[in-house]
Design a protein around this ligand. Sequence first.
Ligand SMILES: *Cc1c(COP(=O)(O)O)cnc(C)c1O
Length: 383
Amino acid sequence: MKISLENKTKSIQMVDLRTQYDRIKSEVDQAIQNVLNSTAFINGPEVKLFGEELAEYTGAKYVIPCANGTDALQIAMMALDFKPGEEVIVPTFTYVATVEVIALLGLKPTFVDVLPDTYELDPAGLEKALGPKVVGIVPVHLYGQCSNMEYILEFAKKHGLKVIEDTAQAIGAVYTFSDGKKAQAGTMGDVGTTSFFPSKNLGCFGDGGAMFTNNSELAEKLRMIANHGQKKKYYHDSIGVNSRLDTLQAAILRVKLQHLNSYSASRNEVADRYDQAFENHPNIRPPKRAANSTHVFHQYTVQVEGASRDKLKDYLQTKGVPSMVYYPVPLHLQNAYLEFGYQFGDFPVAEMLCKKVLSLPIHTEMKTADQEYIIQSVLDFFN
Ligand SMILES: *Cc1c(COP(=O)(O)O)cnc(C)c1O
């Protein structure tokens, strides 16, 4: 009993950014100080260097840093010349950003369902979503593993569609094609987009994002649109936006990129311990690994079966264990997107998941004792 009380006051967090920072404090502080000394706050040398280092890490030919992951999606759609009235296929079970930019650009989201065990876009839904106005697909590598890119890329090629991979949750995940070829999340489609929001697997100390592509023409276009549509200062070739990664953030990200592999390994260790604890549990269904992708566990998301997810969540809260529902409402049923004409029942898997999913704390600094306390608290709920 005493142990649980101590744990309760220790305040377990979903993500422990403080301890993560403490472990690399000297490197990060030095990097920040260097930028302060240089005063090159906008487009300083670290921005370019970080882009090059991330290109090397991911295997993408070009990496274009920008202000955040939402901008990255918007700029990608602008660079691919998606026009108002055209349609983009997107999973309904994801973060809102993907669909938000589709709507903002006057495009129409054409939703597809997801798979009930891996949470990825259901390839079987693509055929039905197809129509004369569809110009692209945005697979979202949800929670940290790649969607079925082999199928999606073949489907896109067959129907002349562009593919934008939303890799905000899966940076570093590796996909293996049936011929044995491997590629990282975000480097397989026409454009990949990611976010460096602090809690993402590669997070900065504010907002940040990037776009990946292997196409030099597209890279130039993405860079131009992110920079007010100009290649040469004060000469504007297209309508653009202002979307920059701060030099300070780039300097921090250069340090953190060095640790990304070990961060992914730590997350996998946490996931494995959860898997073992919940294996064969009648009420907790652990997340399934996708067949051809590694997992970087941005989230560890279980499904609660035969019991109330919300009651479990409340119970955990009383034990000092946070948990989150990613996501409580599928996008086709969000008030903001009802105008697109979908209704309840259209995507039964996503609708079911919204009631059953629960994400447990997972991060790079998880202590074994804390995790044991989390696991015990979950198990206690059902006893
Ligand atoms: C975080 C996230 C985004 C948006 O990134 P921001 O940097 O917050 O704009 C987009 N898509 C997914 C799937 C995300 O998880």
